[in-house]
Write a protein that binds this ligand. Structure first.
Ligand code: G1P
Length: 359
């Protein structure tokens, strides 16, 4: 099996973070979101993957993953010149796929426990396509599954006004190359895209075998700031199972709970880190800092005289002297957030790359 990871999209609901880079590179738990996707594929035995790049910061994706050897994979990059839909992106990989079975994994989707078991299940099923479905409260925002009375998949509809069921199609799909015949018969939708849902619908009308499984754990589509903060919490809870301290914890500092402190990071005296937290390499925490639960701090940051929890700092940020507790915030790389405000309350920020905020 091979894999296709989609790395495009406009990321409009994640601005300003997506003005300077693709949403899939936003770090949660110390890694880009799409790195979990790639590692899940690798852990399912898939070592060759095509990443389809979009218009926002494609060079950053290539810089981040290179040829893939850093994470034990071989990565081929494919450019999608304009955002013409998921099926269009997949179609661009037809030569790469050849006659193999393959997984399409949207680079902004996260799944508890990865895809290894589902991949085995797909191969054993002999199906042309296998969808992973999950129940949500707002199905109208997704591709929605419709079943017949015997529970067979009858149709999939993209963002319908009235959802035929509460079960939606997650961004993790298993296919055989028959999909390419279906895509060739599909025309662009109202939003001008070649929809993957229409292509699946076409497979169903071609009498191909399309099966589904329900997702067993959580599934997270990281389209909004709230989703990103949720994903950060879920990842820290699921994947940071025990502390790993490669950096230096100075005397007088306190580190509690599950904490990952990378090499070269320093936790200075009178700093408190309460896990689950991730502290990136070469970052300095303190003196006088509280880094609270569910916080991921990137590399080369400096956090001093401040309390921060439930938040994400990209690499190379400076956060100093803020008297409000910072919570539910995301701070883009190379940004500085400093101040001497004396009020005691909670502050909430979403700050894009290379910004300066003084309170
Ligand atoms: C896409 C698919 C949709 C699917 C969703 C999962 O939506 O078109 O069918 O349910 O991903 O994340 P989009 O993210 O393009 O709105």
């Amino acid at each position: 099996m091979t894999g296709i990871v989609l790395h495009g999209g406009r990321g409009t609901r994640l601005r300003p973070l997506t003005h300077t880079g693709p949403k899939q590179l936003i770090p949660v738990g110390g890694k880009a979101i799409s790195q979990y996707v790639l590692e899940d594929l690798r852990d399912a035995g898939i070592n060759e993957v095509a990443i389809v790049l979009g218009n926002i910061g494609p060079e950053r994706v290539q810089e981040y993953y290179g040829d893939g050897s850093r994470i034990g994979m071989k990565i081929t990059y494919v450019n999608q010149e304009s955002p013409k839909g998921i099926a269009d992106a997949v179609r661009l990989c037809q030569d790469f796929i050849g006659n193999d079975k393959f997984i399409v994994f949207l680079g902004d989707n996260l799944l508890k426990g990865g895809v290894a078991a589902y991949a085995k299940d797909f191969v054993a099923s002999g199906a042309d396509a296998m969808l992973l479905l999950t129940r949500v409260k707002d199905p109208e925002h997704f591709g929605v599954a419709e079943f017949d009375t015997s529970g067979r998949l009858k149709a999939v509809v993209e963002k319908p006004k009235y959802a035929p069921s509460p079960y939606i199609v997650t961004g993790i799909y298993f296919f055989t190359p028959t999909l390419f015949d279906a895509i060739a018969k599909v025309t662009p939708s109202g939003r001008g895209e070649l929809e993957i849902t229409d292509s699946i619908q076409m497979l169903i009308s071609m009498s191909a075998k399309v099966v589904y499984r329900f997702v067993e754990g959580w599934w997270k589509d990281t389209g909004t700031i709230e989703d990103i903060l949720d994903a950060n919490r879920l990842i820290l809870d699921e994947r940071l199972l025990q502390s790993s301290i490669a950096g230096i914890v100075e005397e007088g500092a306190s580190v509690e709970g599950r904490v990952n402190i990378e090499e070269g990071a320093v936790v200075k005296g009178k700093a408190v880190i309460r896990g689950p937290c991730h502290i990136g390499a070469q970052t300095i925490i303190g003196p006088n800092a509280f880094v609270g639960p569910y916080t991921s701090i990137g590399r080369f940051c400096h956090v001093e005289n401040v309390e921060i929890e439930n938040s994400i700092l990209f690499d190379n940020c400076e956060v100093k002297g803020i008297k409000q507790r910072i919570s539910e915030s995301i701070i883009g790389q190379f940004s500085k957030l400093t101040g001497e405000d004396k009020r005691q309350s909670v502050a909430h920020f979403v700050i894009g790359e290379s910004s300066i905020v003084t309170l």
